[in-house]
Design a protein around this ligand. Structure first.
Ligand code: SF4
Length: 350
């Protein structure tokens, strides 16, 4: 075990990428980077990371910001609950924890949006607590190296991988060990075509020596995605249009969108114009929908959005329209955070 950790750390010192969040032990910066990287590729994450820490250089500035500013910086990254949780946690740390991150895994996990993975990363990278960070890269390396045929989707499987990583972790340099494991999975023991010929563990690797690389780790069971049908009403008055804020506990909470009619199956124009929301928005008028309906498919981790954008010219800004709608010019849109789906539509239909 000790040799594996030692060799892994030597490999890391030679081959690691120079990533901005690796040159710090500041828990705030590590937290920001880990949350951004949860669902984002490193290449895309770097620019968001720099932008985020330039705008909110420390926990105090994040806590004092307005949630809309935070969502604005996050725009395009998706999974906006990450940004809302960060904002909430920043306020808890500033208002109740004396501006300081808890210094251990157990206490870190009590904070909103900080699960096992992020707590282990902050605890080990910032405070050198020997807790393994087990992400997809680590699962892959361990399953191939040791021949672990357990699913990472079950709690028993997760425990097996965690315990194996715990056996391996370097007690004096848990931060470097964790970084090294993840980097090894990202650069050497990649999902397809791992670089086995030049691998330091070639002689002892279970999967390599038995020709089982494509079998390990066990494939994840596909989750059936929920299908949703969104009918966005792009209401146009002269050179302005209307948006509203999403407030319900759902995707894109607190982001802005066109007024929306949602259904769990496809619906006709007739059904749209007879929908109760349509009547609420338009009260006494019944404007015409432009026949050119733009369709876009937007795939998220657990759902597929079938979006339909309906252009509708309206005769007035205030007489007929729901008072909760915000009337804006396109050039003012950057003051509001919007889902990438709507951003894409607006870019394509300027
Ligand atoms: S030999 Fe191949 S499969 Fe085994 S650890 Fe190395 S890169 Fe991964």
């Amino acid at each position: 075990m000790r040799n594996i950790s030692k060799n892994l750390i030597i490999w890391y010192s030679q081959f690691k990428r120079d990533l901005p969040w690796r040159n710090t032990s500041d828990p705030y910066l590590i937290w920001v980077s880990e949350i951004i990287l949860q669902q984002t590729q490193v290449d895309q994450g770097i620019s968001y990371y720099f932008n985020f820490i330039k705008t909110f250089p420390n926990i105090q500035s994040l806590a004092q910001a307005n949630i809309d500013e935070v969502l604005n910086i996050w725009q395009g990254l998706g999974y906006y609950s990450r940004a809302r949780n960060m904002y909430h946690t920043a306020n808890v740390i500033v208002n109740s924890l004396n501006d300081k991150f808890p210094e251990n895994f157990i206490e870190l996990k009590k904070l909103k949006g900080i699960g096992d993975y992020t707590a282990a990363a902050i605890a080990s990278f910032s405070f050198k607590e020997p807790i393994p960070v087990v992400d997809g890269n680590v699962f892959r390396v361990l399953s191939r190296l040791y021949g672990i045929f357990e699913s990472t989707q079950t709690s028993n499987g997760k425990k097996t991988f965690y315990n194996k990583a715990l056996d391996l972790i370097d007690q004096k340099q848990p931060d470097v060990f964790n970084q090294a494991m993840m980097e090894f999975g990202a650069l050497q023991c990649t999902p397809t075509n791992p670089n086995c010929n030049l691998c330091i563990f070639k002689s002892i690797c279970f999967a390599y020596n038995r020709g089982l690389i494509s079998e390990l780790p066990l494939k994840k069971q596909k989750i059936k995605k929920r299908e949703r049908y969104f009918y966005f009403l792009h209401l146009i008055y002269k050179d302005t249009f209307f948006i509203e804020k999403r407030t319900s506990q759902d995707i894109w909470k607190l982001l802005h969108q066109f007024p929306l009619i949602e259904s769990d199956s496809e619906i006709s124009i007739d059904e749209i114009v007879n929908h109760k929301l349509w009547n609420k928005i338009f009260k006494n008028i019944n404007p015409k929908i432009n026949s050119n309906i733009v369709k876009k498919k937007h795939v998220l981790s657990h759902q597929i959005i079938h979006a339909n954008f309906l252009k509708i010219e309206v005769p007035s800004t205030n007489e007929f329209i729901d008072k909760n709608l915000i009337n804006i010019h396109l050039e003012d849109l950057n003051k509001y955070s919007i889902p990438r789906l709507i951003d894409r539509y607006l870019n394509d239909n300027k």
